[in-house]
Write a protein of this length. Structure first.
Length: 778
């Protein structure tokens, strides 16, 4: 598939079978390139700006095509093996081409949209009696559109080709790794192994002489020794200086090791960071003074690894040194861990050097294997010895036996693999575990230090807290900021650890930086670009949008609405509609940042359609009903409604349900669809006032005019009853021995209906009882 795609790509570049739509994108010797001068006199085209950038875009695409052809030719060389270093270089070139072509597609797409808009205005064909200038402009715009579409096709094709080549490079790298791990060499037990080592003496000596990779080996060795000596001598001085500057550091007793480490974590980390800086400066000065070319590739590897070694020793001496945290603790633990930091730092340096020797073919194959054998066995023996000594201590018996068992198993696997000839597997396994364990330790230390720093800064009474509280921030908000920053720091540290693991355990700054860059640049999955920078940008957009929407809502609610005549229901509806529309725009913006198009959403829309058809009908129905309620506003916030026999005040109308406050203080949540599909009584839709109707029964022997006058008198004495419209009393029925009379009054607020009814009934009872007239309610 890759070869076929590249064949099409080559034909396009060569112009052999170029379709008409691609003629301008793939010029040949017989067809001149579009250099931007053909239509320079066209004001419309010049206004669009395509002629101003077409030449540079064409040159950029030509350069990308040349890089793709070169990479393809390199990958398909016959009888030539492509190593990991060369694959890394090719991968970097392909990543650059992918980024360039993606940027070109975005840029050209904007010009394509503009030309299409102009052509829609001008129309596809000339109209009757059309002005000749309009016809000429249409023709020029069509030619311009042809050029834009051709360049767009080229950019998309080159981007696709870059993705295919990147896949091929990753597959080639995977095959190389598998081949290296499964490669079987001569066992060191075989005499042929040692005979071959003797025959490679001349080749090995050449690397140490002038012109060899290790021609400056003595200066490299002296530089490493000076750097390590400087680290060892300066670490106690720097730690003492940190104490004077206020850093918390105290040795631990046998019962407070964890507390002492936790309280001294900032001093330990700062000491390691400063030692890393010192190691960098010492090596830089030595390389500039004693190494004319910086020591070549081996010197570069040493320069990138020594800062890590400096950090390990600088952070280890405050813990394992004579005056460290463990100085006054358990003597057995201190003895068991003595020198662990130095062993770890030197092991990391040797690991990177052995990998550099292998990449540069510094020694013969047999000597390289011998060095890898010695390194692998030494790492296994050191791990077994350390955990064996820790297993005899009371405080470490919880994990030391298990760690001893794992390290012993690892040593056994290493020895067996070496004896069987699988030296590469043993070396890779031990090197990767060593680097990963070191990376976990460093990342854990940095994470604990970062959390401790945030706790000190944002805790109550902290450095920043005292000043930020004066600016109006609450302590709860400061605690939230501290937690968020702690989480972000942990995520970045995990990405750092992931990058170390991806580099097969290399602590080279260049390798780790490249891996982190790839994490931020990301890859394209099903047409969607997934990368860390996109995720971070989307999160930032969400946070900014949240606060912007909240501030806008507050301004509308507190500043703008009080100057209008809108009631509470109208204000609530406007705020709800504004909030939902704003979040929809934010969602569309996030999709745009991620590069999600309508085509990418096809499967999502299809899945939603099936879901709506089977199980989401009620949700969609409530959603649509909520939109109708907010638009038509038959029910508003603050209205008194009665639905399904329950009466209450509308508290909130959301997109799915409506909250109704009941008289007992509880809240009833009603799906919005019920307000559309069932009968709802709204007592306050036409206004805040209400009408209260009471029906009474009096004996037929009672004078009806007198009873009517007494009812009107009672109503007139109530302050809650409106004078206009005036209260009315009418005879509603005559049955048997009673007369039914209905009192209708208008009250100030429909919500006060129950209390007004109680008051009127009490007054009616007292008034009629005073006249010795029997009365009952219907």
């Amino acid at each position: 598939m890759l070869s076929a795609l590249f064949l099409v790509f080559g034909l396009l570049c060569a112009g052999v079978t170029t379709p008409p739509a691609l003629a301008a994108a793939a010029p040949t010797k017989d067809a001149p390139k579009d250099d931007g001068k053909t239509q320079q006199s066209d004001p419309a085209n010049s206004g669009l700006g395509w002629n101003a950038v077409s030449a540079s875009i064409s040159r950029q695409l030509d350069d990308n095509a040349a890089v793709l052809q070169q990479v393809f030719a390199t990958l398909n060389r016959k009888n030539v093996n492509t190593g990991n270093n060369e694959l890394d270089a090719l991968s970097a070139q392909i990543q650059k081409v992918k980024q360039n072509t993606q940027d070109a597609v975005t840029q050209i797409q904007s010009y394509d949209n503009i030309t299409e808009s102009f052509l829609k205005i001008l129309g596809p064909k000339a109209a009757e009696n059309e002005d000749a200038s309009v016809t000429a402009q249409r023709q020029r715009m069509q030619q311009n559109s042809q050029s834009v579409k051709s360049a767009l096709m080229r950019a998309k094709l080159y981007n696709l080709q870059a993705q295919q080549l990147n896949t091929a490079i990753n597959a080639r790298r995977t095959r190389l790794q598998h081949a290296a791990l499964s490669e079987r060499t001569v066992s060191p037990l075989a005499p042929r192994f040692w005979n071959t080592l003797l025959t490679e003496r001349a080749e090995n000596r050449y690397s140490l002489h002038a012109g060899g990779v290790l021609s400056d080996w003595l200066y490299l060795l002296i530089g490493c020794a000076i750097t390590f000596a400087t680290i060892g001598l300066s670490s106690p001085l720097i730690l003492r200086l940190l104490k004077r500057c206020g850093a918390h550091f105290r040795p631990a007793t046998e019962d407070s090791v964890k507390e002492a480490l936790s309280g001294s974590i900032i001093a330990i980390t700062l000491n390691g960071a400063l030692e890393a800086l010192i190691a960098t400066l010492v090596w830089f000065i030595w390389a500039a003074a004693a190494l004319p070319d910086g020591g070549g590739p081996i010197g570069a590897i040493i320069g990138e690894t020594l800062p890590v070694c400096g950090f390990i020793i600088g952070a280890g001496l405050p813990v394992f040194g004579r005056n460290g945290v463990l100085a006054q603790g358990n003597p057995g633990e201190r003895k068991a861990l003595r020198g662990v930091d130095w062993i770890l730092a030197i092991s990391i340096l040797l690991l990177d050097l052995l990998r550099a020797f292998q990449a540069q073919d510094t020694f013969g194959q047999t000597l390289q294997l011998l060095l890898e054998i010695a390194f692998s066995i030494a790492i296994g023996l050191c791990a077994v010895d350390t955990f064996r000594r820790l297993g005899n201590q009371n405080d470490t018996r919880g994990f030391a036996p298990s760690a001893l068992g794992v390290s012993s198993l690892l040593l056994a696997v290493t020895v067996i693999s070496i004896l069987l000839g699988y030296v590469a597997f043993a070396f890779t396994l031990n090197g990767w575990l060593l680097s990963l364990g070191t990376g976990v330790a460093i990342v854990t230390l940095l994470g604990l230090c970062w959390r401790d720093v945030l706790d000190r800064l944002f805790s109550e009474g902290g450095f920043f807290s005292l000043r930020l509280v004066q600016l109006g921030l609450t302590q709860r908000r400061l605690s939230q900021i501290g937690v968020i920053l702690s989480g972000l720091g942990n995520v970045l540290l995990l990405l750092l650890l992931f990058s170390i693991a991806q580099t097969d355990g290399s602590f080279s700054v260049t390798d780790i930086t490249n891996r982190l860059w790839l994490l931020f640049v990301g890859n394209t999955i099903h047409g969607v670009k997934i990368s860390l920078d996109t995720v971070v940008l989307a999160i930032i957009l969400l946070v900014v949008a949240y606060y912007a929407i909240r501030q806008t809502r507050g301004w509308l609610r507190d500043r703008f609405f009080p100057t209008t005549r809108l009631d509470i229901g109208s204000r609530t509806s406007i705020l709800s509609i504004f909030t939902y529309c704003a979040w929809i725009l934010v969602g569309l913006g996030i999709l745009s940042i991620a590069g999600v198009s309508v085509q990418n959403l096809t499967w999502v829309v299809s899945a939603l359609s099936v879901g709506i058809g089977f199980g989401l009908q009620s949700i969609v129905q409530n959603f649509v009903s909520g939109v109708i309620l907010m638009a038509e506003r038959p029910v508003r916030v603050g209205d008194m409604v009665e639905i399904a026999g329950t009466r209450g005040d509308v508290k909130r109308i959301s997109i799915r349900a409506t909250d109704i406050g009941l008289s007992d203080g509880s809240t009833m949540i009603v799906p919005n669809s019920q307000f559309i599909t069932t009968s709802v009584k709204n007592a306050t839709l036409s206004g805040a006032t209400g009408v209260l109707t009471l029906t009474f029964k009096i004996p037929l022997t009672t004078d009806p005019d007198k009873a009517k006058a007494m009812l009107l008198e009672v109503a007139a004495h109530r302050d809650e009853v409106l004078a206009t419209p005036s209260p009315k009393v009418r005879v509603s029925a005559i049955a048997g021995d009673s007369l039914s009379m209905t009192l209708s009054v208008a009250i100030i607020s429909a919500r006060d209906g129950s209390s007004v009814q109680d008051a009127i009934l009490f007054d009616v009872f007292r008034r009629f009882h005073a006249e010795d007239v029997a009365i009952t309610t219907a």
